[in-house]
Design a protein. Structure first.
Lengths: 239, 31
């Protein structure tokens, strides 16, 4: 039986993403400097937020819980695996939407800038994790190796975050808040940005839930197939 | 506006395709 939160997650996500789409494209005004290109900033930062902090953060916490003996279970391992898969999609979309904004703004699709390169490295690490998962059939060995891999990969997240401060980068630093934590964006622009962050964050949890349920169903199907194969071999032996 | 359309297309289209891929994998498994 679904709880109220589970029932509302999908519709609320769709409404928020729909509002972000509509407000971002048609309601918010063009920027004085960037013109219509500012509309891309209602999607790119929110997607990057989900890719780096929400989804990779979820995977890291779940992996740490797996490695801690008292909370070790296949449930947290599945959450880590599914979160990394969803994160891979968000990292790819971060790089694509950033590149589309960068071409008319910076004049290039790609630059070997610290923020861009470290984000691309996280994407490669996420793909490496998914490959590592497929390389092992033993569930506990696969979960343990995967958890260690995620935690080591997560070291890259603060590097991405602080890259704009540690190195001289083409990518700008924090643009929503000033140094003394006051908002630099106002009116419909601020509301659209808020809806975007909420909508994409909820979309992550919605996708994670769907992906987790798919994983459980796949595992139970594999177990049933194995049972059928064993029963068939036993019956062959009895003949 | 072409860059904006492309950005929104990839962002929303990409997420929709991924959601559909989850649904499709589940649907294929149930058959």
């Amino acid at each position: 039986m679904k709880t109220l939160t589970q029932r509302l997650l999908g519709p609320v996500t769709l409404v928020l993403l729909g509002l972000t789409f509509g407000f971002g494209l048609w309601v918010t005004p063009p920027d004085k400097v960037q013109g219509d290109l500012v509309r891309l900033l209602y999607v790119h930062p929110a997607i990057a937020w989900v890719a780096l902090y929400v989804s990779f953060g979820t995977a890291t916490v779940a992996s740490a819980l797996y490695l801690w003996r008292r909370t070790r279970s296949l449930v947290v391992d599945r959450i880590a695996y599914c979160a990394v898969e969803v994160s891979t999609v968000f990292i790819a979309l971060t790089l694509i939407t950033g590149s589309i904004w960068g071409r008319p703004t910076w004049g290039v699709w790609w630059a070997w800038d610290a923020r861009l390169t470290s984000t691309a490295i996280l994407g490669v690490l996420a793909l490496g994790y998914l490959a590592l998962r497929r390389a092992n059939d033993d569930p506990s060995l696969r979960a343990r190796r995967g958890a260690v891999f995620v935690i080591l990969s997560a070291i890259n997240v603060p590097i991405i975050h602080f890259s704009v401060l540690w190195w001289k980068t083409l990518h700008q630093g924090a643009t929503v808040f000033t140094d003394n934590r006051t908002l630099k964006v106002h009116g419909t622009m601020a509301w659209t940005l808020l809806m975007s962050f909420l909508g994409f964050t909820l979309s992550f949890f919605w996708l994670l839930r769907a992906r987790y349920r798919l994983e459980v169903a796949t595992e139970s199907r594999c177990a049933a197939t194995l049972d059928d194969a064993l029963a068939a071999r036993r019956s062959e032996g009895a003949l | 506006m072409g860059y904006v359309a492309a950005g929104y297309g990839f962002a929303f289209g990409g997420l929709t395709l991924y959601a559909l891929s989850i649904w499709w994998r589940g649907h294929r498994g149930r058959r």
